[in-house]
Design a protein around this ligand. Structure first.
Ligand SMILES: *Cc1c(COP(=O)(O)O)cnc(C)c1O
Length: 461
């Protein structure tokens, strides 16, 4: 099993190499050369298995010889053991043919834990074999950073630096990043928005002297291993609603397109998914792109669902790669145009995208109204991101069951919830002291050279 870059010119890598590399050296993202297939019988055989067993069967064919079978089973078990729910990703019903997939029972209360916990254990296992040390730099709109801190704190072969937009993450998100006491993890509050943070991380990867000098690795959803870990819950939830004997659709609150792209891979593998619905907040570039064919950035407007306040949606490049029939040169051309503000998707590629994806947008007022309505109808308290998904899903309900991904726990965004229903959602008891712990962070400017020298100094210590 080999991995190729969406831009077509970077070296072809193994799974283990792609995991340690993050961004490809041609600026592209790694994707599998061929997508392993699961037959009707393979999928039917998943019924009734534990989340961990489904995870093994879905992911192992992508791994080549990076980990032996038993070793990989052990890594999966360790990754999901800290979750606060035995089902890992339980489904609840919201109404006729509409289900909510709760992805917020991990240690930092957002779906990012599914991938980050596993990648933490996989990287540690791979580094232990060679004794190498790496520097991980990641950008976050809040949840990736907290999940990464939790997954990598205290690991002996890793230094982790997380760039987050100063003042634009929730207090719970910030505290989850700033309260770990381990010296190998560093929270950097940067001036700017998430797109600025993500751009500086990409600049570091494209500076090969720096990249090689600090042995840079990435854990943003540009990292293929993250996408892969997220494929699993599409299978586990679809099978519990009757797949492969009946199809399902999914609605996914979307920012960087990593989570929904995992659904695309599940569909490529053979899972009967009728539609993947992209749900955006007022930062609706993906909805506009799918509607008009124009991918044009308008600048980020901060919203009450901040983990989706993104205009430059990295993983959309992976979807474009397939929509353009795996033409790396065409993708390179689009991404060059992107630097000048946007691009137009060709008619053929747009048709290919629309064959799988639908889309919808949810305004701020609709987000709040959805939290109020669902609390009244079902007693379920939605986080604002999940509410964006539930609103958009409501416009796409049909004959097949709809599964909306609940991407975070409401207690991670208590202000938006309190403004809607007047209740303060409580943190689970295992993290109830979060507000009492002391914080440690460094304010940094949006400046590549200064960031690089700070990272070099810290890892030399
Ligand atoms: C990261 C995140 C999203 C967006 O997921 P992408 O993979 O970036 O599209 C949505 N909701 C929450 C709570 C998140 O943390």
């Amino acid at each position: 099993m080999k991995y190729v870059s969406t831009r077509g010119t970077a070296p072809v890598l193994t799974f283990g190499e792609a995991m340690m590399t993050g961004l490809a050296r041609d600026g592209g993202l790694y994707v599998p050369q061929t997508v392993p297939q699961m037959t009707h019988a393979d999928i039917a055989a998943l019924a009734g298995l534990s989340y961990e067993d489904i995870a093994f069967r879905v992911m192992y064919p992508f791994l080549g010889d990076t980990f032996a079978e038993d070793e990989f089973r052990g890594l999966i078990a360790a990754a999901y053991e800290p979750f606060g729910h035995a089902a890992r990703a339980p489904l609840v019903q919201l109404g006729p043919n509409h289900f909510l997939l709760e992805l917020f029972h991990g240690p930092t209360l957002a779906f990012k834990d599914f991938a980050m916990q596993l990648i933490g254990h996989m990287m540690q296992a791979a580094l232990a074999k060679t004794g190498a040390r790496i520097t991980i730099v990641g950008a976050t709109s809040g949840d990736t950073g907290s999940a990464a801190m939790e997954a990598f704190r205290g690991l002996s072969n890793v230094d982790l630096f997380i760039l987050y937009p100063h003042g634009r993450v929730s207090e719970v998100q910030r505290r989850q990043m700033t309260t770990p006491v381990e010296a190998n993890v560093h929270a950097l509050a940067m001036d700017g928005d998430f797109d600025d943070c993500q751009a500086r991380v990409k600049d570091m990867f494209n500076d090969f002297a720096f990249r090689d000098g600090v042995r840079l690795a990435g854990v943003n959803s540009i990292n293929w291993a993250r996408v892969l870990a997220q494929v699993v819950y599409y299978f586990s939830s679809a099978v519990s609603l009757g797949a492969p004997h009946r199809a399902v659709s999914f609605t996914v609150p979307t920012g960087n397109f990593g989570d929904i792209f995992a659904g695309y891979i599940a569909r490529q593998m053979g899972l009967p998914i009728e539609r993947l619905v992209i749900a955006t907040n007022q930062n609706d570039i993906l909805h506009r792109a799918l509607t008009s064919g124009d991918y044009k950035t308008h600048g980020v407007k901060p919203s009450i669902s901040p983990s989706m306040d993104i205009q430059v949606s990295s993983n959309f490049e992976r979807a474009l790669f397939y929509a353009y029939d795996r033409d790396g040169a065409a993708v390179t051309q689009l991404m060059d145009e992107m630097k000048a503000g946007g691009f137009h998707i060709s008619q053929g590629a747009l048709q290919a995208l629309r064959a799988t994806f639908a889309s919808g947008r949810c305004s701020e007022a609709e987000t709040t109204a959805t939290i109020i309505r669902e609390y009244g109808r079902t007693g379920e308290i939605l986080c604002p991101h999940s509410a964006v998904g539930v609103k958009v899903a409501g416009d796409h309900l049909g004959a097949v069951p709809m599964i909306t991904l609940a991407t975070a726990h409401p207690a991670k965004f208590p202000d938006a919830v309190r403004d809607a229903i007047g209740l303060h959602p409580e943190l689970p008891p295992r993290m109830a002291d979060l507000y009492d712990r002391s914080e440690r962070l460094t304010r940094v400017p949006n400046d590549l050279a200064q960031l690089q020298s700070l990272i070099r100094e810290r890892i030399a210590q």
